[in-house]
Ligand binder design. Sequence first.
Ligand code: SF4
Ligand code: SF4
Length: 383
Amino acid sequence: MEIVAPFQDAIDAIKEAGGDQFKLCYQCGLCDTVCPWNKVRTFSMRKLVREATFGLIEIEGEDIWRCTTCGKCPQRCPRDVKQIESGVALRRIATQYGVFHPTARPLRSVSASLVGAGNPLGEERSKRADWAKNLSVKTFTEETELLYFPGCYLSYDARLKKVAAATVSILNNAEVDFGILGSEENCCGESIRKTGDEQVFKRLVKENIKTFIENGVHKILVSSPHCYHTFKNEYPEFNVNFEVIHISQFLLQLINEGRLKLNKEYPKKVTYHDPCYLGRHNNIFEEPREVLGNVPGLELVEMADSGKDSLCCGGGGGRIWMDTPMEERFSNLRLQQAIDVGAEVLVTSCPYCITNFEDSRLSLEDDEALQIKDITEIIQEAI
Ligand code: SF4
Ligand code: SF4
């Protein structure tokens, strides 16, 4: 067991890394009762907090990498321990010492790819706008009203490029004046920050801010709740304030303004999954449901654990880049919850959720039993 300079030195290190709130914990254990990990295996945030209070952090262990930053326990904690920020503080120390449990080792290549090519997927920067070829997408200029920022997964991942294409077809249908920055765009940096790599996060933020300012960007449309969260709540730490809107909010706005007409029937039973970073972290629960409520023929049903109690897909906090054994995947449980309410389609609005759900779908006995969709893919079919 590797312990960073036990006791006072370690307590100071945790405090310096942002984990000062640990000391407020009075060990009630509420965090453990709501944590999704305890649906698939044992994991105790309470224990982690306790050990950190005494400076006893086992930074080589797996537990510090487990939290998906889903936001469930902070909303229940009676002592405002700020488990996410405090947990990230432990990861910062491990990152600083270069100590990574095997589960977290992929983070090294993720960081290298972010620094070298601006994305976590090991893809070439020059190919970032390839998804938009033949789709009537213009390059953003100072005169363009709206910057569409698809983010890394929609730019490169074969499944998620379809979501970017659906978004573009909706924006064109509604005659929105938008453009993209293509290879000038960098990863937003949200998830690498939650892994404790503050240095890479800051580097990405600075590059993005410079690009946005140089290109005259004021308003940004995003597809990912993670981009939304960091642009809206974290970038202001760097003295900038861009107007940010998530696609689920923008769709509702376009519908309410009469710019987007949903004329075609979508006669399916659909259930909506609230992504953690859209719902719990940013309070966007109603807009996607209202959008779906405007689709003719669509029947919306709610799963267990919806709204502020939504079950995490398992992809936040950098977990999207770490291996989770099949029997420990929250996304498997989520698919079962969708099937239990008789849904034909599980719809969401986050690239990590879609990636995890598509993976889990393949493990179903009948992988055609449930479709996984982004909200834009349903709207595209309804216009
Ligand atoms: S819910 Fe808060 S106070 Fe209770 S054990 Fe967890 S961190 Fe401590
Ligand atoms: S934020 Fe979510 S995943 Fe992390 S410890 Fe709390 S409940 Fe568990």
